[in-house]
Design a binder for this molecule. Structure first.
Ligand code: CUA
Length: 313
């Protein structure tokens, strides 16, 4: 084995990723060996049996049972082995171990939302190490694909149904989540992180994440929700244009809508735009914002509005 995967692949961080790397090495080594045999023998035969003066062409044998069996059985066995190893690994990555910690994953253009058993929502995937984590996943709009290279893990999220996958992280650390299915303008920005904590760190994170609204000043808590819900993906905080209008300095001012009418950015307009984004579209923008109805509680919207109000230019 060349163990090329350790040079070519990202760090192997889950309990199943080493198996995938092993199979990758196995197939690559096999391919390398056969490549060498074919190229070396081919070159040698071309030179050895080239047409030369004084050498009459010889009739070649039309059939050889020995050869036919040899070049059918050996590749057959090797392909069977590749299938067998691959099938075993595939079964392992499909079968969720019992007592897995369950997290709901929602994909939408263009962010990830992870919902924990107590209802806490985060844009990053926080997990405890040394415990299988089951992901129950769906999409709000188009097909996305949850892809963590460090775990050698990829699973599609399809609107209108649930898919599942699982992994177990070995060490505390951070790993990037990509979207691996083209889903529109900001597909390549559809990133998140897996943050693996030890059990105590995870408990502390969950406690903070589920209670910060009660503990922090409204403006601070609202800012956290703005980040956690992925609002910043589309609404810039530096006044620049993006998929959504900038919210800096917008509060209390008149805004022009696509139908030519005007509306003042106040609590009611902001609340309506969060829960029913298609109701009033700002001039110059596409109606692409997903609804946050059922996703944000009233107390969350209240602190979020406090935060938006604080965004002065
Ligand atoms: Cu979501 Cu690409």
């Amino acid at each position: 084995m060349f163990f090329l995967s350790s040079y070519m692949n990202p760090p192997s961080a889950s309990t199943t990723s080493a198996d995938v790397d092993w199979l990758f090495d196995f197939i690559l080594t096999l391919s390398g060996i056969f490549f060498a045999i074919i190229v070396v023998l081919g070159t040698w035969f071309v030179l050895k049996y080239r047409r030369r003066p004084g050498h009459a062409p010889q009739p070649s044998p039309s059939h050889s049972n020995k050869l036919e069996i040899l070049w059918s059985v050996i590749p057959g066995v090797l392909v069977g082995l590749i299938f067998w190893f691959g099938f075993q690994i595939w079964l392992n990555t499909r079968e969720v171990p019992p007592r897995a910690y369950e997290i709901q994953v929602t994909a939408q253009k263009w962010n990830w939302l992870f919902t924990y058993p107590d209802g806490t929502v985060d844009k990053d995937l926080h997990v405890p190490v040394g415990r299988p984590v089951r992901l129950v996943m769906t999409s709000e709009d188009v097909i996305h694909s949850f892809f963590v290279p460090d775990f050698r893990l990829k699973m599609d999220l399809v609107p209108g149904r649930y898919s599942e996958t699982w992994f177990e992280v070995k060490e505390p650390g951070r790993h990037v989540v990509y979207c691996a299915e083209y889903c529109g303008t900001k597909h390549s920005d559809m990133l998140a992180q897996v943050v693996a904590h030890d059990q105590a760190g995870f408990d502390a994170w969950l406690d903070d994440a589920s209670n910060f609204i009660d503990r922090e000043p409204p403006v601070v808590a609202g800012g956290r929700i703005f980040q956690l819900q992925g609002c910043a993906q589309c609404h810039s905080l530096d006044g620049s244009g993006n998929a959504g209008p900038s919210l800096v300095g917008a509060w209390g001012k008149e805004r022009l809508l696509a139908d030519g009418s005007r509306v003042v950015m106040d609590e009611n307009y902001a609340r309506e735009s969060i829960l029913d984004p298609q109701a009033k579209i700002r001039a110059g923008f596409q109606p692409v914002m997903p609804t946050y109805k059922g996703r944000l509680e009233d107390r969350e919207i209240t602190v979020l509005l406090q935060y938006l109000k604080s965004l002065k230019d």
